[in-house]
Every structure is written in C-alpha cells, then in structure tokens.
Design a protein around this ligand. Structure first.
Ligand code: ADP
Ligand code: MG
Length: 230
C-alpha cells in the first residue's frame, strides 16, 4: 500500500471559529490503481490532496508514503519526500514559459539531484509515453491545452514517484481531450505501478477509476467498485 491516510482531520481558521475541511478521513491508495475521489466543489478534495502531498500539515492523523511516516516531517524533509516519492498534477499545468517540453521534465530531475544524462533519456521516454515524442523542443505557447496537460503528467512522473496526486486535470480541456488525458493517466498508473489518487467533481470521469470513494462535507465514504457507479 503506497499511500495511506489514517484518520486525517484538517481545520482552517474561519472567523471566530474553525472550519473542518477534513473530518477523520482515511484512505488507502493501492499501487497500480486509480483511486478516484469524487464530490462537489467545497467538499474537501483539494485539501485531501494537499495533506497527502505533505504540503499541508493536518490537525491530527497520519500520512504514510511507501510505508514511511510523512506527517510531522520538517519543511526540508517534506520537500525531499515530495521530490523523491510524490508526483503532483494540478488543474493548470503551470509550465515554465521559457523552457521546452524536454527541459520542463529535466528540471525535475535536477531539483531532485539526479544525474543529467539519465534525465535526458527518461524525459524523452516519458514524452513519448504521453504521445509527445516529436514535440520535445516546443515551448508551452507552441502546445495545445491538452498537450500541455500531457507534459504536466510526464513531468509529475519524472522522478519515478510511488504516488501520483491528480486534482481535476481536465477542467481546462474539452470533453474529448479530457477523456484522452484520463485514459493516459490510467494507462501510466497501471504500467508504472504508481498509486494514483484522482480528484474530480465530474462523475463522467469515473470510468477510468479502479476504485471510487465519495467525499461530502469533509467526510469520505466508499462508493464501491467502478461497476457499481454506473
Ligand atoms: P474542493 O477541492 O472539494 O472544492 P477544498 O478542499 O478546496 O474543496 O475546500 C474544502 C473547504 O475548505 C471549503 O469550505 C473551502 O472554502 C475551505 N478552504 C479551502 N482552503 C482553505 C484555506 N486555505 N483557508 C480557509 N478555508 C479553506
Ligand atoms: Mg478543489
């Protein structure tokens, strides 16, 4: 079990009181599977990913990545864990405007202190895997929205993470492009054995999921296997 969230509670300051964004949430994300978290806007999905990514420290509960305790790490250790073990794909690709597609990926290896020569090969291989093998020299403004999101996904996989955290990855894409990106994510998840958590408010996207859980008002409940979702 590569990602384990155990009884996570997260509150934010809210006027005089606190708003409970996550209420004793537990979730297991197995290797090689897409675990989808579906729920309406404001239900706590992005907060859940932020905790799983060690970007936000919960009030209570534990996060385990690859069996290792990820809660309570200092800033530097948390950043190191993210670089080494966690890939993050947010809604907007946030690519660096001046870098080519290949360079976007190579930067990740550089930040993680990995060798440049291996990085070049891996970046090329990953761009090919997301269908952009011939476009490695292009900069973001020379790519379509769907192509940019593919670069984003390839970049998240660059350091061979155990866990891939994906937040509404198709919100900027048309339906067809969105469906392609989801199929791609699911294929890479299985092929590379990563534990993927896909957050979405769109039930139409659950077809690519191996497991679905539902989030409402900061609480999770199982929604069964995808065949039960319909
Ligand atoms: P979702 O991703 O499902 O739309 P979020 O996790 O973004 O939900 O938000 C869950 C709840 O927490 C919402 O009520 C939201 O307004 C609140 N919230 C999110 N981030 C913050 C923050 N940084 N400070 C205060 N409240 C927040
Ligand atoms: Mg969100």
């Amino acid at each position: 079990m590569t990602l384990l969230l155990d009884a996570i509670t997260l509150t934010y300051p809210d006027g005089d009181g606190r708003l409970t964004a996550l209420d004793r949430v537990s979730l297991e994300a197995p290797d090689g599977e897409v675990t989808a978290v579906v729920g309406p806007s404001g239900s706590g999905k992005s907060s859940l990913l932020a905790v799983a990514a060690t970007l936000v420290t919960p009030d209570s509960g534990r996060v385990l990545v690859g069996g290792a305790e990820a809660t309570g790490l200092g800033r530097a250790a948390a950043a190191e864990l993210r670089r080494r073990a966690v890939g993050i794909v947010f809604q907007q690709p946030n690519l660096l405007p001046s870098l080519t597609a290949l360079e976007q990926l190579q930067v990740m290896a550089h930040l993680a202190g990995r060798g440049a020569r291996g990085a070049r090969g891996r970046a090329g291989e990953l761009l090919a895997a997301v269908g952009l093998g011939a476009l490695g020299h292009r900069r973001p403004h020379q790519l379509s929205g769907g192509q940019r999101q593919r670069v984003n996904i390839a970049r998240a996989l660059m350091n061979e993470p155990r866990v891939l955290l994906v937040d509404e990855p198709t919100s900027a894409l048309d339906h067809e492009r969105g469906a392609e990106v989801l199929e791609l994510l699911a294929g890479l998840t299985r092929e590379r054995g990563v534990a993927t958590v896909l957050v979405t408010h769109d039930r139409g996207q659950l077809g690519v999921a191996d497991r679905v859980v539902e989030m409402a008002d900061g609480r999770l409940r199982p929604a069964g296997h995808r065949s039960a979702v319909g």
